[in-house]
Design a protein around this ligand. Sequence first.
Ligand SMILES: NC(=O)c1ccc[n+]([C@@H]2O[C@H](COP(=O)([O-])OP(=O)(O)OC[C@H]3O[C@@H](n4cnc5c(N)ncnc54)[C@H](OP(=O)(O)O)[C@@H]3O)[C@@H](O)[C@H]2O)c1
Length: 245
Amino acid sequence: MARLPEGVEVAEGDLSVPETLERALTGIETVFLVWPFLTSNGASAILATIASAARHLVYLSSSGVNEDAERQTDPINQLHADMESLIEASGLEWTILRANTIASNALGWAGQIRDGGVVRGPGIAPTAVIHQRDVAAVAVRVLTSDKHASAKYVLTGPQVLSRAEQVRMIGEAIGRPLRFERVPVQVAREQMLADGRPPALVEALLASAETRPHSDLITSTVEEITGAAARTFREWTVDHADDFR
Ligand SMILES: NC(=O)c1ccc[n+]([C@@H]2O[C@H](COP(=O)([O-])OP(=O)(O)OC[C@H]3O[C@@H](n4cnc5c(N)ncnc54)[C@H](OP(=O)(O)O)[C@@H]3O)[C@@H](O)[C@H]2O)c1
């Protein structure tokens, strides 16, 4: 269960069982949808349930979605392209937040960092990782205003960073030298499974790592919507240093 501030009302539902959402949606006008599955199977029924109660849907998508491509280059972006199409056809007002790689993915390295000074993983193109608080800050603005209907926002952090640079910065935050070691796909698979990631997710992430094109894209959307500059990865490492100690 997420840690939420006092006063937040929690209503549980299972996104694989539409009926369980009905009570959670009572009296709700706006929904923030995070889709935790690797395909869009079952999404139509969930969207219909949401549309029967709410007016506006804000969806967490991926910055890798290529609007102009018939098929996306990897399964995770294909999932989000499929979800975006279903949402646009759902009859709901919608806003799409296409987030770049979220910095908190690095928490998956915590076990390796506690055990030693080397993080092993697949090679993946550098990218402008975004602090999860900035995704949340944008979501709050978009959820609480009528100004963002039919917008697709690409959200990135302020700096393109490789895995090696991210790992080095975590080391600086915890006062211990760390390095990233790129390993072959089979070794990366074993490591990701050992880190506790579900097997189907590991395969999707590896396919994405291998095929995702290099992107230097940095957008100013976080600042335009929230009024504050996007947080740096260095700030993220300070916020999360204790998670790696
Ligand atoms: N991570 C990134 O870099 C990134 C970037 C852009 C877009 N995205 C997209 O964001 C989505 C979430 O990714 P993530 O990395 O945040 O994954 P995550 O950390 O695994 O979070 C998934 C969330 O979904 C909840 N959940 C799982 N099964 C559920 C179910 N049956 N019913 C209701 N809730 C359920 C989980 O709740 P519990 O914690 O209670 O299990 C958790 O809060 C994915 O679609 C991903 O592609 C991620």
